[in-house]
Design a protein around this ligand. Sequence first.
Ligand code: WT7
Length: 650
Amino acid sequence: MNEQIDNLMNESRRFAPSAEFAAQSVAGSDSYDRGAAGAEFWADQARDLLHWHTPFTQTLDWSNAPFARWFADGELNVSYNCLDRHVAEGRGDRVALHWEGEPGDSRRITYAELTHDVKRAANVLTQLGIEPGDRVAIYMPLIPEALVAMLAVARLGAIHSVVFGGFSAESLRSRVDDAGAKLVITADGGYRKGNVFALKPVVDEALAADGGQNTVTNVLVVRRGNNDVAWHEGRDVWWHESVDAASSEHEAQAFPAEQPLFILYTSGTTGKPKGILHTSGGYLTQAAYTHKNVFDLRADTDVYWCTADVGWITGHTYVVYGPLANGATQVIYEGTPDSPHPGRWWEIIQKYGVSILYTAPTAIRSFMKLGSEIPAQYVLSSIRLLGSVGEPINPEAWIWYRDVVGAGTAPIVDTWWQTETGAIMISALPGLTTLKPGSAQVPLPGISIDILDEAGEKVSGEAGGLLVVTQPWPSMLRGIWGDNDRFRETYWEKFGDKYFAGDGARRDADGDIWLLGRVDDVMNVSGHRLSTAEIESSLVANPMVAEAAVVGAADETTGQAVVAFVILRASEAGKLEPAEASAVLRQHVATHIGAIARPARIYIVSELPKTRSGKIMRRLLRDVAEGREIGDTTTLTDQNVLNLISTQVH
Ligand code: WT7
């Protein structure tokens, strides 16, 4: 891996910003000093970019590290910042959302209309008993009401927990329980790949588990898929009967800057997802700053499109909070890229004149595979800036993206960040940075990044190691919901007061940063984070399975693919053909966790490679899964095991 990166770093092509782009760049016109003290830099951004009901006098309080407080004596309303102030300042007629449904229906919603919708929804939530600090789970397709729901929850100082619509009933239930959600907002169903996928029935199943004992008092349901749904009188409420009829008068109250805004669950190294907690003022500051400067946003003329779902952090920060705080006009699309035809994305770009596109390398690679003839059928000349997120972008995909989508001229920003960091941390600044395909490049102003060795010493010059953030930043996570110990252990124990990101990184001779992927047992599949431990525990929960080991194996399109090695219980071993057993277990994981976690391949084996202390040697299994020569086996108890596995697999 390091050798490959070294070659890339040496050969890498460079793309200096064009003179026209540089002359007009948003980041270039902000006269900041890169060396400015982080906290003061952010205080200036917070004052410039946001409306404070009560201005703050304190910037950063790190006295109770690692629990940061930013702008703590200031008060604001996040929803007011994303909506009302744009209307008050004369931008009410600007389009906030160009929404495109998968079947081809569409809606155009101005800032004034979105503000009204959110006020109505906030009034309904209040009628349903939602108070500041209450948790609301949101399980929805990508329709405008998903954003309205998030903003209405935020408006009341309550906390949303958006659960991606591809998660199973069981995954939804464990998130509802962990957060103690009082309300679930959902839809009957949504469109995906030409079909309606049910959501409300999944909510019903989730809430019925454990004898129906749970914290939820109401379920608010948007009608979208028109699929049949069961109705629980007294608990279930239709959105169109309540929100559409509610008053659109609602004055936003100010809340302290550290009021929790949302919880978002993400996979860690154990079987249990972590509820990452974000708060208001600091989060919104960094969301707005990065959205404006990294994407070179001209809010009055650009049409921005981030293809993420609101179920992920990218959707929170770069579909909802960043763009709306900045008063941007954006496109949101409900469906999959190939429905009903493989040119769907390009058709959308042409239809709305999208000028900024933010997507993931896995999508770019799938389009590359389909061929450049497809985008060539559409007019993409509106594009002027491209972004990438979720995993390292391979230089080949970078060049294709620039040439085919960006007419060979659009700058590409490769943005490194995490659910935990809340907003972009490392990225080129368009118009300022000379771009290098494959490198995320430089920490943003106000962000302090370092690369350390295992012992916590800084590596200097051209070298690789572990990526850390050395100073607190405004959109940092404030903890793991209900688990302060896990928060300290996961991110702060390894290097004391430095945040350990879990990623490996190398610095090149110019000081640019190249990400090398996770150094823990976390996989990255299509830019989504999955835990090996979570899928292993799902597999062993199946009565057929005695033991399971999961690895992320390199995959040309998805970055990594989930590959499982399973030993069946002796009593089950002869009952099914290995291919059948593997199919049953792949489906088991999809039902148990969600379709995104379904293993690409499951190998039924009779042994697993272990150390003398009984630890599964995942590294060797990765070699097998990737068809590589098997690495160092000196600590393996039984040298024959791998030969055996290899013959069973290939
Ligand atoms: C992990 C975070 C940030 C939103 C999407 C994923 C990987 C993310 C990049 C990039 C290389 C990247 C890292 C990180 N990652 N962006 N530009 N280059 N790697 O959020 O699910 O919290 O995953 O995604 O490994 O730790 P997430």
